[in-house]
Design a protein around this ligand. Structure first.
Ligand code: NAD
Length: 357
């Protein structure tokens, strides 16, 4: 079996110690330059639904590993959000060479179409609604596209941010017994589509913000707009704050961050915040409540699913996203009852739900 090991975290067929992925497709298209990985973790609840990341990776292994972890996270996310879909994710390897973007995403659309509906795509980091429009030219298995005539649809990020806000509020109440965010300090890592919208909501709710981003323009604006304290990207995990909200890429909670951070709650939008479940155990032992990413950042996929089904309506979608709050309370109860760390408790809960529905 050693020969099958491809990455630090996984094998050719899946992540170490976890049930294997159902399907992993590697595809290239010479004409457009497409190099893509589609990972389908589970279709037990229905077709695998999850976004497409367009990113320049340090290595093919890193991209592969990302696809494996992200698709597993989508299966947990969709199950906990009670959506009738399984989990999958696509990764397009971004080349330093200038490519025809529309041609690239059309080629990706043909790849999605070739999977005959076992995988449905949408935006993720690095992709836009315009990219999804190009995909839509080739397949109907796509969501996250603005529609005409008041038909529900479009960029899911505001719904994601709303869900993270609701989940963060619930986590603060469950862990600290505080029912408002007035005066609560929140360190936000990443001021992109989700992080910025979250900051707007936190600021309105009276939270004190500490922010970091690799883009100095965004942090300067946050300082001005939210009276936020700006810290360097390397420093955000070391600041003292009630809450840490990772909203950049994954992997913020490393072994040393878990062991040393001075937060009371971790709740944010980024996928795969923990390097592994072991970091979640360390946070738990230190009395830090971790609201799992795949529980609190489900607002975007809820939006994409309702758009895809043609059943979306703004208020109904927001009401569905707001259910993230009660789920965080239920998780806190499970943690209390079992003594198991929130990340592991949430995985177990998701697995209970990863059955036909
Ligand atoms: P985005 O690309 O709009 O924003 C990411 C931000 O993080 C950018 O401002 C970028 O400059 C910043 N950043 C990158 N590296 C950083 C670092 N080391 N330190 C600080 N800032 C850094 O992406 P997004 O759509 O806001 O998504 C953010 C996270 O949320 C991602 O992990 C994504 O997978 C996850 N997520 C997003 C959605 C959604 O609807 N957009 C849904 C679910 C999960």
């Amino acid at each position: 079996m050693d020969r099958l090991t491809t990455t630090a975290a996984g094998t050719l067929f899946g992540l170490h110690g976890e049930p294997a992925h159902e399907r992993i497709v590697l595809a290239t298209d010479a004409a457009s330059g497409l190099q893509a990985i589609v990972a389908v973790y589970s279709t037990a609840r229905g077709p695998a639904f999850g976004g497409c990341r367009y990113w320049q990776y340090a290595s093919d292994h890193e991209a592969y590993n990302d696809a494996l972890r992200l698709s597993q996270g989508m299966a947990f996310k969709n199950a906990l959000a009670d959506l009738p879909f399984g989990g999958g994710k696509a990764v397009i390897l971004r080349s330093p060479a200038a490519l025809d973007r529309a041609a690239l995403f059309k080629a990706f659309g043909r790849l999605v179409q070739s999977l005959e509906g076992i995988y449905i795509t949408a935006e993720d980091v690095g992709t836009t609604a315009d990219d999804m429009r190009a995909v839509q030219g080739e397949t109907r298995y796509v969501s996250g596209i603005p529609r005409a005539n008041d038909v529900y649809g479009g960029n899911p990020s505001p719904r994601t941010a709303y869900g993270v806000f609701v989940g963060l509020l619930a986590a603060v109440e469950a862990a600290l017994g505080r029912t408002t965010l007035d005066g609560v300090s929140v360190a936000v890592q990443g001021l992109g589509s989700v992080g910025w919208d979250l900051c707007e909501r936190l600021h309105q709710a009276g939270a004190q913000l500490i922010v970091s981003d690799i883009d100095a323009g965004k942090t300067a604006l946050a300082q001005q707009r939210f009276n936020a304290r700006v810290v360097a990207t390397a420093e955000i995990t070391g600041v003292e704050a009630d809450v840490f909200a990772p909203c950049a890429l994954g992997g913020s909670i490393t072994e040393s961050v878990a062991a040393q951070c001075r937060f009371k709650v971790v709740a944010g939008g980024a996928n795969n915040q923990l390097i592994s479940l072991a970091e979640g155990d360390v946070l738990h032992r230190r009395g830090i409540f971790y609201a799992p990413d795949f529980l609190v950042n489900a607002g975007g996929i809820i939006s994409c699913v309702r758009e895809y089904e043609g059943s979306g309506e703004e208020q109904a979608v927001l009401a569905e996203v707001a259910k993230i709050g009660p789920r965080v309370f239920e998780l806190a109860e499970r943690v209390k009852a079992t003594g198991v760390a929130p990340a592991r408790a949430a995985v177990a809960w998701a697995r209970e739900k990863m059955v036909a529905c």
